[in-house]
Structure formats: C-alpha cells, structure tokens
Design a protein around this ligand. Structure first.
Ligand SMILES: [Mg+2]
Length: 308
C-alpha cells in the first residue's frame, strides 16, 4: 500500500461511509437489523429515498473543500464559504441545522468568518456542537504537512458553520489523526491528542483519550453531538482490521449513520488505503473518480500556509 493509496482512501472512505449510511440515517440499530440484517452493501431507497451509492451533505461539503484547496492552491476561507453557500442555494436533501443557519446568514451578507460564531451564540448547550464540520474536514489533512498549519486550517474551516471549540478542535484532532495514519505514525489518535492537549477543550480530549489508548468506553452513542460522533467513529476506525469492516461497524450503529460512516471511513481509509475498500462500493458511488483525482492533487501538491 502506497502513501497515495492511503490519501485516496481517506476521501473514498469518507464517501463510501456516507453513501452506505444514507439509507439508514436516523434509524435505530434494531430497525436496521430487521430490514437489512448487517448492512454491508449499497442499497437504494430508505431514508431520503435515493438510488444506491448516493452521497449526502458529508461528501458534498468535503468535495467543495477539496476543490477549493486544489483550485486556489491554498486555504481560502472566503472561497470555501462561497462554495458552501452555492451548494446551500441548490436545496440539498440533507443539511444540518447549524450548517443551514450559518450558510443562510452568509448568503444574506454576513461575514464568512463570523457566521458560525453568531449561530453558536444563538443556541443553547445541547444544540450548539453538532458533527457538521468534522464530517467534511478530511481534505485539509491531505493538503497540509505541517501540524500547526493543519490545526489552523481545520479550526478556521470548522468555524464557518461550527464555532464551538469542541467542533473546531474536533476537526483538528480528527485531521491530525488522519494525517498520522497517512504517515503510518504509531498510535495516531493518542499522538494527535498530545499535539492539541494544551488548547483543546478538556471534554473533547477526555472523551477521546480512552479510545486513543485502545479502550472501549461504554456506551458508544450514535448521536449527532460532535464528541459522541468522534468517539464512536474513531473507535470503529482504529479497532477494525480493514476499512470496510470499520465503515460497516459505524453505519450499523444507526442514528447519524451516514456521518458515523463518513468519519470512520475517512480514518480507516487513511489507515488501510483505497485499495482495501470493497470494489462494489466504489463502483456504486459516482463521485469516486473526481475524489481520487482530488486526493492525489491534495496529497502531492504544496498548499500555501493559512492566512486567517
Ligand atoms: Mg449526511
């Protein structure tokens, strides 16, 4: 397995997890089992009633980050936000609450780098730290070699819609973990946590430390709260023996199944490479060709340091 295969695996794993989970989003694990047994192939209909292999907002937004980085040759928050807003205007069938609120504000003329903060202040605890930025942030991990550049890009990119420190540092920890997988670092999550420990919220670091140490905290949740999503998806991604197994394990937990699949898939894809993903899944997802090209460009190109 080459480093390029692992870079492609990060974006293709994200898309495969998203598409596998799409038909069972919001469903309980019990209902998934009743309808599909163990869901391990791309099926049509289900939640959102789409054809097999249909991606959702998770991959749509990751694609826009990836295209922006490659076309601009740098992190450009204005450009990323514009691409997000253009997508928002197209009326997507799946969109998170905070993302919709923040992109509506930007569409109305609010500053891209303050919209997430404004929406965050307007919400109460329990409603203000969803997984809508961690699900899309993986492309940054392929572009930025330097750890501090990666942390900065990840946090600023999150803040367009998700300004809570659990979300901004959630993106940083996830992307450092993906980058560590790409470079075959031992203990990728534990190492990522060491990098952000001083700045990241204790609640986030404390929740992920056991997973970084190889323990399973009980119970793992399928909710859309960013800390839960990272715990569950990272647990699946870091304990599986292959990428497909990680994604199937995440998706069959139900709840926010597509995003659990996308986050687990990005990490497991970076661990095991695109060549480890089931070929039938890759055939079913229309965006695979473009994602492969973008992954290669991101990983092999040089991207200008972030200027906020
Ligand atoms: Mg989704």
């Amino acid at each position: 397995m080459t480093a390029t295969d692992r870079a492609e695996g990060a974006l293709l794993g994200l898309a495969c997890g998203d598409a596998l989970g799409r038909p069972v989003e919001f469903r309980s694990p019990r209902r998934i089992e009743r309808e599909y047994g163990r869901l391990d192939e791309m099926v049509g209909d289900g939640t959102h009633r789409k054809p097999p292999g249909t991606i959702t907002d998770d991959t749509e937004l990751a694609l826009r980050i990836a295209r922006s980085l490659v076309e601009m040759g740098a992190f450009d928050g204005v450009d990323i936000a514009e691409r997000f807003v253009e997508w928002y205007r197209s009326g997507p069938f799946d969109i998170g609450g905070l993302t919709a609120d923040a992109l509506r504000l930007i569409d109305q003329g609010h500053a891209w780098d303050d919209s997430g903060q404004t929406c965050w202040k307007a919400r109460s605890e329990g409603q203000n730290a969803g997984n809508g930025s961690v699900m899309r942030c993986a492309p940054h991990a392929l572009a930025f070699d330097d750890e501090s550049a990666l942390v900065t890009a990840s946090t600023i990119s999150s803040r367009i819609t998700h300004a809570d420190p659990r979300c901004t540092y959630g993106c940083a920890v996830l992307n450092l973990t993906i980058a560590n997988c790409l470079h075959e670092t031992e203990r990728p999550l534990a190492t990522a946590l060491e990098t952000v420990r001083v700045d990241a919220p204790d609640e986030l670091v404390g929740a992920l430390e056991p997973i970084g140490a190889g323990e399973e905290p009980e119970p793992l949740s399928n909710s859309g709260y960013v800390v839960h999503t990272l715990q569950t998806a990272l647990y699946e991604a870091l304990t599986a023996e292959e990428a497909g197994e990680a994604i199937v394990g995440a998706v069959n937990r139900g709840g926010d199944a597509d995003t659990l699949g996308a986050v687990a898939g990005a990490v497991a894809g970076a661990r095991f490479g695109a060549s480890s993903l089931p070929p039938a899944w890759l055939d079913a997802v229309d965006e695979v060709g473009e994602l492969r090209d973008l992954a290669r460009d991101l990983f092999e190109g040089t991207y200008a340091p972030v200027s906020a």
